[in-house]
Design a protein around this ligand. Structure first.
Ligand code: FAD
Length: 353
């Protein structure tokens, strides 16, 4: 990785300052952090461990695209701004690319595609940073990060030591990992991805199978452009309408429950899973309960995507949580299925001030 300053003589982080996070979260929720620092260098991570001891809580923040932030964040906020991308290894079967946690995820995908390196293109246009990608094992259009994951370097704030973690140590699941289960324990500094050779497009997702650009022998760039096109058409742009992408995870239910539900609701959308269960389309369940396009105060359900909750302006986290709870209740009453939020709900989010 290219470093412009390789001798960092500071021994501590600058004193934390107050920060308005309202424009630093894609939901555009009003949120203030009384104490905020930025991490620009790997050496800042052990320093953060020392500083964080003075606070009740620590929130590590990347691009703010998968969080529900409270009006006033408790404790210390650490914004990850480490930069750099490099080709870390290559042989006949693969390339390993390493990127610092503060790089934009989509920027990394675009960089790989520009070099002609396939492997990440299905994950194009997912907002946020590289460092947050393992936290919920990001996934889209038939590919999850864990399928391209080579390892990561993180600082363990509990043990106060650097760790190198492989996929099994990260405990990846569907939109899940140890980082989501133990928030605030690790600060991810860099992530390594494996780009397979030879490259083969992953086109199982129905929208990709139908896409005119992807007939014949598509290149990584063709898949990248198609994914970007589909996403731009389907998802609201957070710069225009605040949102955090899918608000609920697709629930996985046992086969017997799926069959019983299908008998009552023949249109039910479900996909068989390796564990014998079925993943239900949460968007379909929400839509069937009549929520698509509905508003509750300053928030609502997107008019084309029932899975996406949006901020029509001036919303606070409590507004989002009230809407999410109303939807969750309706879906549970009608289908007996409990929806779980996908974004990280930061402590204090239910408070009004
Ligand atoms: C329009 C839209 C579309 C989206 N589409 C998808 C999609 O297709 N698939 C998908 O999986 N997600 C999607 N998301 C969700 C989101 O983009 C991803 O989860 C993304 O990885 C979050 O990155 P971030 O940097 O914004 O993380 P943040 O929101 O800042 O943080 C999310 C969590 O990660 C933790 N975290 C962040 N950085 C670090 C770090 N360096 N070390 C340790 N912990 C860290 C935070 O503490 C927090 O718990 C979408 C979001 C939006 C707004």
């Amino acid at each position: 990785m290219i470093r412009l300053a390789d001798s960092d003589t500071r021994s501590s982080l600058p004193a934390p300052g107050a920060c308005d996070l309202s424009s630093l979260n894609t939901f555009a929720l009003e949120s203030l952090a009384p104490a905020c620092v930025s991490l620009h260098d790997e050496a800042d991570l052990p320093r953060l461990a020392t500083l964080a001891k003075r606070y009740d809580a620590l929130l590590v923040l990347g691009g703010g695209s998968n969080v529900v932030l409270p009006p006033k964040v408790r404790g210390l906020v650490a914004r990850v701004a480490l930069r750099g991308v490099r080709l870390a290894g290559e042989d006949a079967r693969m390339r390993i690319v390493e990127a610092a946690a503060g790089e934009s995820w989509h920027g990394l995908v675009a960089h790989c595609v520009e070099q002609g390196w396939g492997g990440l293109e299905n994950l194009a246009l997912i907002p946020g940073t590289v460092g947050a990608a393992p936290v919920q094992n990001i996934g889209a259009y038939g590919v999850e990060l864990c399928e391209r994951f080579a390892g990561l370097r993180a600082y363990d704030l509990l043990r106060e030591e650097w760790v190198d973690m492989d996929a099994s140590q990260c405990g990846f699941g569907y939109r899940d990992s140890v980082f989501k289960r133990e928030p605030g324990r690790w600060v991810i500094a860099s992530v390594r991805v494996t780009l397979p050779k030879p490259w083969r497009p992953v086109l199982e997702y129905p929208d990709l199978q139908r896409h005119p650009r992807l007939v014949g022998a598509p290149s990584p760039r063709d898949v990248f452009e198609a994914v970007c096109e589909i996403r731009r058409a389907k998802l609201p742009d957070p710069a225009v309408l605040g949102n955090a992408g899918s608000f609920f995870k697709n629930p996985v239910v046992p086969a017997a429950q799926y069959e019983a539900l299908r008998a009552r609701f023949p249109g039910l959308v479900g996909y068989p899973q390796a564990n014998g269960g079925y993943k239900l389309a949460a968007g379909w369940l929400i839509d069937q309960c009549g929520w698509k396009g509905r508003r509750l105060g300053p928030v609502g359900v997107h008019e084309r995507q029932a899975l996406v909750l949006v901020n029509h302006g001036g919303a606070r986290a409590a507004d989002v949580l009230a809407l999410a709870e109303a939807i969750r209740r309706d879906v549970e009453n009608r289908y007996g299925v409990v929806l779980e939020p996908e974004p990280v709900v930061v402590p204090g989010a239910s408070e009004r001030t």
